[in-house]
Design a protein around this ligand. Structure first.
Ligand code: ADP
Ligand code: ZN
Ligand code: MG
Length: 645
């Protein structure tokens, strides 16, 4: 397999904690405080209770009878089945009789002399007395009151506390970030690069800062802003920065949260969320990953999802229901604008769209700088070099890279991050953690070695392919092995010749397996998918096939740009003509790669054998082998670039 750094990187989940800074922790502290208060009060109560009830000894009726006979009891109070005897020395003892029989009946069994009996004052107390009620209800009432107290205390803490906390408005589950929470405030200064996006969003900031100015002059206020961009390009970060710049409350909820919780409440969550936001207007409602709810309705994909549709409908209803002067702006983020329901993109809804691109070299350097601020960097660190080596990395990847480098340094007990830490982290982020535990057997290792050698050899011989930087048969992530090709310089555009060579390089692994072992493994499937997609894009999107001409046939990419109404229909004829052109491109590239492999078969063997032996080949070692077999390694000046016209 050939992970190509130019391809967009995978969604980066490591960014999650950053979205709720401090939230979880302070809730725990509050719980601990509440628990301490609860314990103190209940201990206090049990002490007080003893005092109220008094310390009385429980004795059997027979003893009471004996004491009456002995003449030591002054009076007896009967309340229900409870007998309280007050002694001549003022002590109290408590006993119980059967509920049905009267005190005299009970005592009659003990043959007490009548004159002793007459000396005791007997009074019957009314059971409905306040004291009785208090004593019998206290065990239930006091804990209940305490519980209410704790709930009240907690809710007060949550409202007044800082941070962006997960708490519920009704049941909306949205997180709120308040402008006065300095700790979690993000501004445009925290977002490196993304200049165009920032410029567009400045307008929204101006409006939120002073809505009156705009309303008075009768300007139509934007309702919805859709941030579109690959995962990790900083969409969530930018949305928070808008709130931070404008100094308004920021209510955020992610599309998957609407969907994954309880069935049937997605729509009511939306209602709650908007109601709360309107109360604190001007405000921003942010719906992250809106494609989770905003997919085209009624496609029945996944068995139709009523819950999702209702949630989406509610969002549409709320957005339409805004009064013209209500200064709540809805922001949403997605990395799949192509699957969004067209109804969301209609005017009056998410009519502003802001595209966020993967950062270019300069932006990458800025992002690296931003994230190196909190980490001590060694004197040898050159972020420019790291930025050069990370084309296709998203902001989140770069943040992750910095973090990995810091972890490496800390693991080796160093106080500073060095350039070497950063370089090692590039591969780690690109490919996922090294999986030394997955051991290939001898045969698998050989096949993988030839497969990767095939990619590397074709890449080194074809003039427009990116040179090889590193080859390895140590499995990373899901790939058994990998060949890293790095462009010698950054390119915004790619030419047809480069694409053709890229396709040949991707085929290199497949052809090597077939040539050497006369068989093909599943290891080539990812390569085939990548190259087929590339070939199809060349024909249907980039106008790179002479036969089809300069027409874009790909409907999904057009819908993202021009909105609904672009038909995805293609005539059968056009579809099969495209297929034929794709096949022609791939066949041509196949022939080219096969020729290279046949001509340099000894070089292929040498690379593969070396790989089986050492598992990882760095660029210098690899070029040594090339030179030994009469292939001149590429240098920067040698790379020919097709004229861009
Ligand atoms: P998205 O929402 O587009 O998937 P996020 O906004 O969640 O991406 O970005 C994830 C993390 O990546 C951020 O928290 C930040 O640390 C980092 N990041 C992304 N883009 C930038 C940028 N332009 N400048 C600085 N940091 C960035
Ligand atoms: Zn491969
Ligand atoms: Mg995000």
């Amino acid at each position: 397999m050939t992970p190509n750094p130019k391809q967009p990187s995978q969604p980066n989940k490591s960014n999650k904690p950053a979205e709720t800074p401090g939230g979880g922790q302070s809730v725990w502290t509050q719980l601990a405080v509440a628990l301490a208060v609860f314990l103190t009060i209940s201990i206090g109560y049990s002490l007080v209770r003893q005092y109220i009830v008094g310390e009385t000894e429980n004795v059997p009726v027979s003893q009471i009878a004996g004491d009456i006979t002995a003449g030591s009891i002054a009076s007896i109070t009967v309340a229900g089945d409870k007998i309280t005897a007050v002694y001549t020395d003022q002590t109290e003892k408590v006993s119980r009789k059967e509920t049905e029989s009267s005190l005299t009946e009970t005592l009659s069994q003990y043959s007490i002399p009548p004159e002793r009996m007459a000396a005791v004052k007997i009074s019957i107390e009314d059971e409905g007395g306040a004291r009785f009620w208090f004593l019998s209800l206290a065990p239930i009432l006091v804990p209940a009151l305490l519980l209410f107290g704790v709930i009240w205390y907690l809710s007060r803490q949550l409202k007044g506390g800082g941070g962006m906390q997960a708490f519920t408005f009704g049941k909306s589950m949205a997180r709120l970030m308040r402008p006065e929470d300095e700790g979690t405030r993000v501004t445009f200064a925290d977002v490196a690069g993304a200049k165009e996006a920032k410029t567009e969003l400045t307008e929204i900031v101006d409006f939120l800062k002073n809505p009156k100015k705009f309303i008075q002059i009768g300007a139509r206020i934007p309702k919805g802003v859709l941030l579109m961009g690959a995962p990790g390009t900083g969409k969530t970060l930018l949305a928070r920065a808008v709130a931070g710049e404008a100094g308004v409350p920021f209510f955020s909820i992610s599309g998957s949260e609407f969907v994954e919780m309880f069935v049937g409440v997605g729509a009511s969550r939306v209602r709650d969320l908007f109601a709360t936001a309107k109360k604190s207007a001007p405000a921003i409602v942010f719906m992250d990953e809106i494609d989770a709810v905003g997919r085209i309705r009624g496609t029945g994909v996944g068995g139709g999802n009523d819950e999702r549709e209702q949630t989406l409908n509610q969002i549409l209803v709320e957005m339409d229901g805004f009064e013209p002067n209500e200064s709540v702006i809805v922001m949403a983020a997605t990395n799949r604008p192509d699957v969004l329901d067209p109804a969301l993109l209609r005017p009056g809804r998410f009519d502003r769209r802001v595209m966020i691109d993967l950062p270019d070299r300069k932006d990458r350097e800025d992002i690296l700088k931003t994230h190196s601020r909190t980490k001590p960097m060694g004197p040898d660190v050159a972020l420019t070099v790291i930025a050069e080596r990370t084309p296709g990395f998203s902001g989140a990847d770069l943040a992750n890279l910095m973090n990995e480098a810091a972890i490496l340094a800390a693991r080796e007990d160093r106080k500073e991050v060095t350039q070497y830490d950063l370089i090692r982290s590039i591969e780690k982020v690109m490919l996922g953690p090294e999986r030394r535990s997955h051991v290939l057997n001898k045969k698998e290792k050989e096949i993988t070695a030839y497969h990767e050698a095939g990619h590397a050899l074709v890449a080194s011989v074809l003039p427009y392919a990116d040179p090889v930087h590193k080859i390895s048969i140590i499995s990373r992530g899901r790939a058994a092995g990998y060949t890293l090709k790095l462009p010698l310089e950054e390119r915004k555009m790619q030419s047809k010749k480069e694409f053709l060579d890229d396709i040949a390089v991707s085929l290199g692994g497949y052809i090597a397996e077939k040539m050497v072992f006369g068989d093909i493994t599943t290891g080539a499937s990812n390569d085939l998918q990548v190259l087929s997609n590339l070939a199809r894009s060349m024909v249907a999107r980039f106008g790179m096939s002479d036969k089809m001409g300069p027409i874009a046939f790909d409907a999904s990419s057009q819908r993202a740009i021009f909105g609904e109404g672009v038909s995805g229909e293609q005539s059968q004829e056009v579809a099969s003509a495209i297929d034929a052109e794709v096949k022609k491109i791939i066949t041509g590239a196949y022939k080219k790669a096969e020729d290279v492999m046949k001509k340099h078969r000894d070089a292929l063997n040498a690379i593969a054998e070396k790989l089986v032996e050492v598992e990882t080949l760095e660029r210098e070692e690899f070029e040594h082998i090339l030179i030994a077999h009469g292939i001149v390694p590429k240098k920067k000046e040698d790379i020919e670039h097709a004229p861009l016209a």
